[in-house]
Design a protein around this ligand. Structure first.
Ligand SMILES: C[S@@+](CC[C@H](N)C(=O)[O-])C[C@H]1O[C@@H](n2cnc3c(N)ncnc32)[C@H](O)[C@@H]1O
Length: 227
């Protein structure tokens, strides 16, 4: 077993034992393993120096809104191959599978996310293929549609993701984005398709905020000359 495989295996055991399965706010069709006060995620961090932010253990406005959209409008994905980019808990891919996608590949750079999304798919009785990879530096995937839930939270990441999405668009791949209007969202290239009020991680008020589902469209930016 490789180092990554054993890490994913241990993560799966930890998540099963310590993160309860709960219905998702605004998406009662889906249940996810969710971190709570008793989960003790710090124990994972103590064991693993590479343990990053446990995005996969929480709800994000962008993922919630995109999952809600796919369940409300299954035509967006029915009979199509879906890539869930930056999948985290797998919420968007799970919604796509429930809505009738023929194939769902869910990609994340975090091995703990890969463990979580596999467990969450099983809880929801759907099949998705969890993949540990950074696709944003490479060629477009073999997919009909790329779904992106909440991946514009840092400037450098947003830049990589946007460039990758342009390459996908050039290959005729459709792109849907869910996002609570974060700072690095490439707004000028987006067409708003729907808006829902959903909770977001880190919102101490516990309330909901408007979050959008967008089609990513338009021509790629001009390459700068020289330099
Ligand atoms: C804010 S979370 C959103 C997770 C999920 N889409 C949702 O909405 O609940 C962002 C996720 O993107 C992942 N991520 C960050 N950079 C990535 C990259 N280059 N490729 C794939 N996933 C990435 C993180 O590990 C994290 O799980």
């Amino acid at each position: 077993m490789s180092e990554w495989d054993s890490k994913i295996d241990a993560a799966r055991n930890f998540i099963s034992a310590n993160l309860p399965v709960l219905p998702v706010p605004s998406i009662p069709e889906i249940r996810l393993h969710k971190a709570g006060p008793q989960s003790g995620l710090w124990r994972l961090a103590e064991q693993d120096q590479e343990f990053g932010s446990p995005y996969w253990a929480h709800y994000w406005g962008g993922g919630l809104v995109l999952a809600r959209y796919l369940l409300d409008r299954p035509d967006a994905v029915v009979g199509r191959r879906v890539l869930d980019l930056g999948a985290g808990s797998g919420i968007v891919g799970i919604a796509a599978a429930k809505a009738g996608a023929t194939e769902v590949v869910a990609v994340d750079v975090d091995p703990y996310a890969v463990a979580a999304m596999a467990l969450n798919a099983a809880v929801n009785d759907v099949t998705i293929l969890p993949v540990l990879a950074d696709l944003t530096k490479g060629e477009p995937p073999a997919a009909d549609i790329v779904c992106v839930g909440d991946l514009f939270y840092e400037a450098a990441l947003a830049e990589h993701v946007t460039a990758f999405l342009y390459r996908c668009l050039q290959q005729g791949i459709e792109i849907l984005i869910g996002d609570p209007w974060r700072a690095h969202l490439p707004r000028s290239r987006l067409r708003l398709l729907a808006e829902y009020a959903v909770p977001d991680f880190g919102d101490a008020s516990g309330g909901s905020r408007p979050s959008g589902v967008f089609a990513f469209e338009g021509d790629p930016p001009q390459q700068s000359r020289g330099g």
